[in-house]
Design a protein around this ligand. Structure first.
Ligand code: G
Ligand code: G
Ligand code: MN
Ligand code: NA
Length: 255
């Protein structure tokens, strides 16, 4: 079988794909307030595959909508489990492929999935990359307005690596901006990155966006980000992405 056939089978049989979650920490109170869902594929021969190995395959073969729908359903199931485990306010952010932004049934799908699992829309967030938003601003604007009226929050992901126009960024109904890991990596040694990160935080706050720094691996990075007003951090310093049971253990230890 070709990789795309195996992936489609894994998806339709719900066999082999699973979600990991990475905590996002609020720097103001030191609490984990949100998790990012990151999909993985345990392939029978190839072993554990990261999304970079198969998201593109799903996109190229016409079933990325199915894959992201699977992720959404699983994330909603897990949100219900988390509430039952004593974390009713914890939120989950899921990644949304650029291709899905063009689907006119996306809003209905999100709405129905939330309803089916009895999840408050406030607990779900969509992460969309900068380029996905900017490649069709009018479409993105319409979709985000719909999502916003459902009650979802929207993040702009991998910020700084794409080609955002500030004029558009100002118009889009976004809640959160995630600074790409590449700008965080060399903090606090790189003078250029220190300036860039400060500028992004300032700009985001001017636009009334909250800021997440991605890929935080050291205490020095945390301290720098905190002292420059960054709102949230995500990265190996806090936790690697883990399966739900690992994450619930982690959350209990944090309490
Ligand atoms: O977990 P990892 O760092 O390997 O993820 C790499 C990239 O894969 C992430 O930046 C993210 O954009 C993408 N990704 C992870 N999970 C999903 C998902 O469920 N759907 C989509 N469309 N992309 C995902
Ligand atoms: O959606 P996005 O492309 O931003 O996904 C984040 C990716 O970054 C995931 O693949 C995740 O595994 C990875 N990641 C998360 N935290 C860290 C970190 O601290 N260091 C590194 N190198 N990668 C990270
Ligand atoms: Mn992301
Ligand atoms: Na990112």
């Amino acid at each position: 079988l070709q990789l795309e056939e195996e992936l489609h089978l894994a998806l339709s049989r719900d066999n082999g794909l699973f979600l990991t979650y990475q905590p996002i920490l609020d720097l103001r109170n030191g609490q984990v307030v949100k998790l990012e869902a990151l999909v993985r594929w345990q392939h029978p021969q190839l072993g554990l595959l990261p999304p970079d190995r198969f998201i593109g395959v799903a996109e190229a073969n016409g079933f990325i909508a199915e894959l992201d729908a699977w992720v959404l359903r699983r994330a909603c199931q897990d949100l219900a489990i988390l509430a039952g485990e004593g974390f009713p306010d914890l939120r989950v952010a899921v990644n949304c492929s650029a291709l899905n932004l063009c689907r006119d049934d996306l809003v209905d799908e999100v709405k129905h999935t939330l309803q089916a699992h009895d999840i408050h829309p406030r607990r779900l967030e969509l992460e969309v990359t900068e380029n996905a938003l900017m490649s069709n601003v009018n479409q993105a604007l319409y979709l985000l307005e719909c999502m916003r009226s459902l009650g979802l929050c929207i993040s702009i992901d991998d910020f700084g690596t794409g080609y955002s126009s500030l004029a558009y960024l100002k118009r889009l109904p976004l809640d959160t901006l995630k600074i790409d890991r590449s700008f965080i990596m060399d903090l606090p040694g790189s003078h250029a990155d220190m300036e860039i990160v400060q500028a992004i935080i300032g700009m985001a706050h001017t636009l009334h966006l909250q800021v997440v720094a991605e890929g935080v691996e050291s205490r020095e990075q945390l301290d720098f980000l905190k002292s420059h007003g960054c709102d949230f951090i995500q990265g190996y310093l806090i936790s690697r992405p883990q399966r739900l049971d690992g994450i619930t253990d982690f959350l209990r230890q944090q309490q």
